[in-house]
Design a protein around this ligand. Sequence first.
Ligand SMILES: Cc1cc2nc3c(=O)[nH]c(=O)nc-3n(C[C@H](O)[C@H](O)[C@H](O)COP(=O)(O)OP(=O)(O)OC[C@H]3O[C@@H](n4cnc5c(N)ncnc54)[C@H](O)[C@@H]3O)c2cc1C
Length: 559
Amino acid sequence: MNATYETQSSTNAAQVREYDAIVIGAGVSGLYQLYQLRELGLKALVLESGTNVGGTWYWNRYPGARFDSESWTYGYSFSEELLQEWNWTEHFAPQPETERYLNYVANKFDLRRDIQFHSRVSAAHYREETRGWDVTLEDGRRYHTRLLITAIGVLSAPTMPRIAGVETFKGQSCHTAHWPKEPVNFEGKRVAVIGTGATAVQTIQTIAKEVGHLTVFQRTPNWCAPLHNSRISEEEMRQIRARYPEIFARCHETPGCFIHSPDPRSALEVMPEEREAFFEKLYGEPGFGIWQANFRDILVDREANSLISDFVARKIRQRVKDPAVAEKLIPKNHGFGTRRVPLETHYYEVYNQPNVRLVDINETPIERITPAGIKTSDAEYEFDLIIYATGFDAITGSFDRIDIRGVDGRRLKDAWKSGPQTYLGVLVEGFPNLLMVMGPHAGLGNFPRAAEYSVEWVTGLIRHARDHGLTRIEATQAGTARWTDHVKALGEGLLSNEVNSWMTGVNSNVEGKQTRKIMRYGGGYPSYREHCDAVAADGYHEIALGEAQANQPGGGEKA
Ligand SMILES: Cc1cc2nc3c(=O)[nH]c(=O)nc-3n(C[C@H](O)[C@H](O)[C@H](O)COP(=O)(O)OP(=O)(O)OC[C@H]3O[C@@H](n4cnc5c(N)ncnc54)[C@H](O)[C@@H]3O)c2cc1C
């Protein structure tokens, strides 16, 4: 291990375990970050609150959970051997397969020996005298690390609805992100689903086949489009394997790191028949094409957006037999693609089943959960099972749940009160040696494609610091202001930023999250990468990098 990063505990070594780097989270991002830290020769530990690896794919085991990304674009690309060994069985893999994949990765690279499960980080406090972080778990165990790396996910802090009486329900109830590992029997049961986001859509279309009766409580309908999933034959997988370099090169070029990229035409410049045929083609193809490969202006121009919204509304009217129900399922307060588009398989047809009921809670709000079920303003419903598909306190939620304090005890939560302020989505001024993988204001997209880059960039910065005997890494005020202003400017004109959703940081179930904020980098991944590459090529000059000092652990060891 490099001496520059060696730290000695100034407190009782028996109580406080020492690391060069602690990573929080053992999902797609944390696993790869651990792999990279080991390559650097650092003594690293991953702390994970769950009991196994997988993150999203460990927690979200609700019925029907699966990718909306093509499976073969989602796997890691860093190991040719891994790519050649792993077989995806469906174009959009179900959760159990992805969980198996991430377990396979953890085993193959022997990652588990540096992962500690059952370990929820409750606090992380920076100490200037050690240039390190004191990390505390909720059960009181303590650690000290020079570098603290968050890989805590953008959709990993589940939220329950703020409805009175949740705890009084006598039947079974569950949030989709805390789904039990044991199978849940739906046969003959009266089931309620609260929520109609991407998770709810997958749940509803899956359990509708089994339940006795299903009631869906909807506040905001979403624009859903067909997934068109299918199995991958052995021959097809062989061809995919041969095409991996081409597939990843394609994802590298597109704004969302998917295989889909926007059509260069405007929706307004083509003839109506041509436009209709194009929409029809996209609606008939697998995956996010209808969202990500549509006309270039559907997400920025209201008129263009209303054309695709009208098209999808017509599809919903065709698919749902009862016109009144169809109207309820058509979003009226936002256009197509301005919120995350759930991909579905016969979702709309579920509402043609005689045992399925849709309750619009704008018309008849839920007043409370009762011991027997749910009471709305006009009825009392009885249920055996209530499913809360009420989503996440997204992007900053998992940060807010940790007491993170930087220089002079300043809380991260306070620093971000009026919205995230970061440098490249990786660093925060006043929080030295805290590095975020896929942090707020970083580029987002098909996740592992973006996360691999994020991890490699973070690792490059750590390597640079180590090689130059630098033990303090911090964003500057100027760099942070430049990046934050840049991200805000990019967000202007995007229709998605004019809509309440997790992508704009709004969650009616979380106090203080009622106002829209710019939470994501809106310039497309290639542009994000260009910015980050330029910072690295320039020797990280916009980052304050402090040399090791003689009186500090690792001091005097400047390489
Ligand atoms: C249902 C669902 C479907 C999705 N589908 C897709 C898709 O098709 N394509 C796509 O690209 N993305 C999808 N996503 C996004 C998904 O989150 C990413 O693809 C990816 O799994 C994120 O990986 P991660 O490692 O960054 O975060 P996560 O997988 O969220 O892992 C973070 C980990 O950190 C742990 N953690 C958090 N806080 C603490 C703490 N205080 N102490 C200890 N541990 C902590 C959590 O337990 C978790 O295991 C989906 C998300 C959800 C919820």
